[in-house]
Design a binder for this molecule. Structure first.
Ligand SMILES: NC(=O)c1ccc[n+]([C@@H]2O[C@H](COP(=O)([O-])OP(=O)(O)OC[C@H]3O[C@@H](n4cnc5c(N)ncnc54)[C@H](O)[C@@H]3O)[C@@H](O)[C@H]2O)c1
Ligand SMILES: O=C(O)[C@H](O)COP(=O)(O)O
Length: 532
């Protein structure tokens, strides 16, 4: 597999991929047409915040399986476009948290004591001792906006340095805040107004973009602003104005709306603004952590295993994966057969689980069933984009479970529907790893699902199976296996054949010419040979 890496990541990550036998190509700072060219045959793309992974990139990358973000923020990746193209997006949400928190603490002190300004003047030969009267953090209030992973680590560190903590985060509860010795408040402006230092730790989302504007800066009053989260959350011109003309005394910023080099930011000209070039995650330990975590997720995606930090794929518990993995194929196959047999527009899909499998978290199995249902229709469908595809097409997907399974340890039934028409296919595993289709449209069968199958419905009369055998034989199509099921003697029967190749059209017509044959469906279970 080819892995393209477009932002600098630690060697340990690259070695992890090379040791697993993959080709790793680095193209730091690739953009525009060069990026589109480079990604054309890539199976994985690894980025940090420097690469904009747009819908165009996904268009240009038909082989792409995963985008690995060696870090936390994914605001530079069009996740919706990734999902549409069936590409997993995964970040590394743990490895640089402490580095980001430490940098935030460092920036807090740098702002409180004007360290960079004093440093600069002394280097220029000036002893400006009288110009800097700093602010202690001890006994002051820290406002934390966003008490997630980084916010929590910052809170712990500054709490231990004697600060009182007040938190604004609409997605956590009071108990959670209290675990960090913090008081949770309902209003952002309340949090800002009570703080001596405000630190931002939310993701950049439509909801948080421009969240700290003129009104909020006014509410902050005499508080320093620290932003090591994302540029764009703070309105930069409003911040420059609030520092130059009051009330805000200063700010420390690691991130900017425009990166790299925010040339147009008015903040670069304001003396009481301390800046670093997005260094929050730039420690050896953090870079090694996120690079290796990302490489491991790429390897998991290549192996078809759960990608632990996938942001757009059905979630799956890593320890439960071995128990559900064999059912992914069963569900996919049942979905493929059901969709091909119904042969109509599909307006609903129901996936029903019985027995042991009903105890598991089955999001990924349901996604596999949907993949199977859509496979005969769509080229680029996989378990990542199948649920989205169902939603986009207004197809209602339902999932149900019962603990009891009549005759099987576990059973997965995929039912496809269009209006009043519906058709169910049940699959199971024999001996834990031998997939079988055990019911088709209510008929009990025992069919091995692979390659080309033929499903014939016929009147249950003597000579019909002979007729089918003769027609297949004369068409030169070998029968590898066969199972016949019937409702009642002389009623309707259903026969499933495993064939070594596709039955030609004229042979199908010959069968249908006989009025004992009700229907003949050719089912293809291999993507590579489905007649398209
Ligand atoms: N400067 C750096 O190098 C650096 C390093 C690491 C992380 N980061 C950035 O730090 C930020 C936080 O990362 P994290 O890992 O802690 O993320 P996280 O997802 O663990 O936490 C984010 C928190 O923000 C909260 N939140 C969401 N919307 C909010 C809103 N409207 N108002 C208030 N709170 C809201 C969430 O509930 C959550 O608790 C991200 O933007 C990330 O990209 C920057
Ligand atoms: O979100 C992150 O992980 C940080 O902002 C780090 O970004 P970087 O990997 O571009 O340094």
């Amino acid at each position: 597999m080819k892995v393209l890496v477009t932002d600098p990541v630690a060697d340990a990550g690259i070695e992890t991929l090379r040791d697993a036998g993959h080709e790793v190509v680095t193209g730091y700072e690739l953009e525009g047409a060069d990026l589109l060219d480079a990604v054309a045959d890539a199976n994985a793309l690894i980025v940090r915040s420097g690469t904009e992974v747009t819908a165009e990139v996904f268009e240009a990358a038909p082989e792409l399986v995963i985008v690995g973000r060696a870090g936390i923020g994914v605001d530079n990746i069009d996740i919706e476009a990734a999902t549409d193209h069936g590409v997993v997006v995964a970040n590394a949400p743990e490895g640089n948290v402490r580095a980001a928190a430490e940098h935030t603490v460092a920036m807090t002190f740098a702002a409180a004591r004007s360290i960079p300004q004093a440093h600069g003047r002394l280097k220029d030969g000036e002893w400006a001792k009288g110009d800097y009267l700093g602010r202690e953090v001890n006994n002051k209030t820290l406002g934390v906006v966003g008490l997630g992973r980084v916010g929590q680590e910052v809170a712990k560190r500054l709490d231990s340095l004697g600060m009182d903590l007040v938190v604004y985060d609409p997605y956590i509860n009071e108990e959670r805040a209290a675990q960090f010795g913090a008081e949770l408040v309902d209003e952002l402006t309340d949090c800002l107004a009570r703080s001596d230092f405000v630190t931002i730790h939310t993701p950049l989302l439509p909801e948080t973009e421009g969240m700290i504007g003129a009104e909020e800066l006014e509410a902050m009053g005499d508080a320093y602003l620290i932003n090591c989260a994302r540029g764009g959350i703070v309105d930069e011109p409003a911040l420059a104005e609030a520092i130059e003309n009051g009330p805000v005394p200063g700010a420390a910023l690691d991130v900017f709306a425009e990166e790299p080099l925010p040339e147009d930011s008015p903040l670069l000209d304001v003396d009481d603004v301390i800046v670093t070039p997005h260094l929050g995650a730039s420690t050896e330990a953090a870079q090694e952590n996120v690079a290796v975590d990302t490489a491991k997720q790429v390897l998991a995606a290549f192996a078809g295993e759960p990608v632990v930090n996938a942001l757009n794929a059905p979630s799956v518990d890593e320890s439960a994966f071995p128990r559900i993995e064999p059912y992914l194929d069963v569900a996919d196959t049942a979905g493929r057969i059901a969709a091909q047999l119904l042969g109509e527009r599909i307006s609903g899909v129901e996936v029903h689980y019985e027995g042991d499998i009903a105890d598991e978290k089955v999001d990924l199995v349901t996604a596999s069933a949907l993949k199977g249902v859509f496979s005969p229709l769509e080229y680029e469908v996989n378990a990542v984009n199948a649920p989205q595809l169902a939603e986009d097409r207004g197809i209602e997907v339902t999932e149900s479970k019962t603990r009891q399974a009549e005759d099987f340890q576990s059973l997965v039934t995929v039912t496809v529907k269009d209006g009043d028409a519906e058709l169910s296919v049940c699959g199971t595993l024999f001996a834990g790893d031998d997939p079988r289709i055990v019911r088709i449209d209510g008929y009990r069968v025992d069919a091995r699902p692979y390659g080309h199958m033929l499903v014939a419905r016929n009147r249950d009369e003597p000579g019909v199976i002979g007729l089918i055998g003769t027609v297949l034989g004369e068409a030169g199509v070998n029968i590898a296996g066969m199972f016949n099921a019937r409702e009642t003697i002389g009623g309707e029967a259903l026969t499933v054949y495993n064939l070594d190749e596709r039955l030609p059209d004229d042979a199908v017509e010959r069968l249908l010419d006989d009025d004992r044959i009700i229907s003949v469906d050719r089912i293809v279970l291999d993507d590579a040979d489905n007649g398209r």
